[in-house]
Design a protein around this ligand. Structure first.
Ligand code: FES
Length: 174
């Protein structure tokens, strides 16, 4: 038995109990949510475990992870910032905003800051086109929209969030 299955034995049984025995595939999404809480992303190994549990192929599970922007198949910082650079946002300066933000943080889109706390990702439309530049933040299961952004405003928010993360990490070590 592997790690995800062992660690979450009871939770997996509880989730599967919510669906008919011949419809285990319906449990893929809740199991992905559960798995992502552990490491912030779905590893290939965990993806295969979920496929076995739900009696589907790992390709089917991978396609769900790939389709939903809230699921991730790569490790990242504790805070993910997903900046929309799709056409409508581009017309409102999203590209320049992203470039300036990344430059301030010393990273490129898709990278994580040296302290391992913040990852900036470029995404397609997140349905807030008329309030661009916009980004969606994800910290664990917590998702927020941030509209009408500029680099200074976003950096203030990042400072606030990283300070709060650092102080809770310190409190845990005391
Ligand atoms: S194009 Fe950016 S939110 Fe729609």
């Amino acid at each position: 038995m592997s790690t995800f299955t062992q660690t979450h034995k009871e939770e997996i049984v509880r989730i599967l109990a919510g669906y008919p025995a011949d419809q285990k595939r319906a449990a893929v999404m809740p199991l992905l949510h559960l798995a992502q809480q552990d490491a912030g992303y779905i590893s290939g190994e965990v993806l295969q475990e979920i496929a076995v549990i739900c009696e589907v192929t790992s390709t089917e599970v991978a396609s769900i992870v790939g389709f939903y922007t809230m699921f991730h198949d790569e490790p990242a910082g504790k805070i993910r910032l997903m900046v929309c650079t799709d056409v409508a946002c581009r017309l409102r300066g999203a590209r320049e905003y992203l470039t300036a933000l990344c430059s301030e943080l010393g990273i490129a889109p898709g990278q994580t800051t040296a302290d391992g706390l913040v990852t900036i990702e470029e995404v397609k439309c997140i349905a807030a086109c008329d309030h661009a530049p916009v980004f969606q933040s994800q910290m664990g299961d917590e998702v927020e929209y941030h509209e009408n952004q500029n680099p200074a405003r976003t950096l203030d928010w990042i400072r606030l969030m990283t300070a709060s993360l650092k102080s809770s990490q310190e409190a845990r070590h005391e």
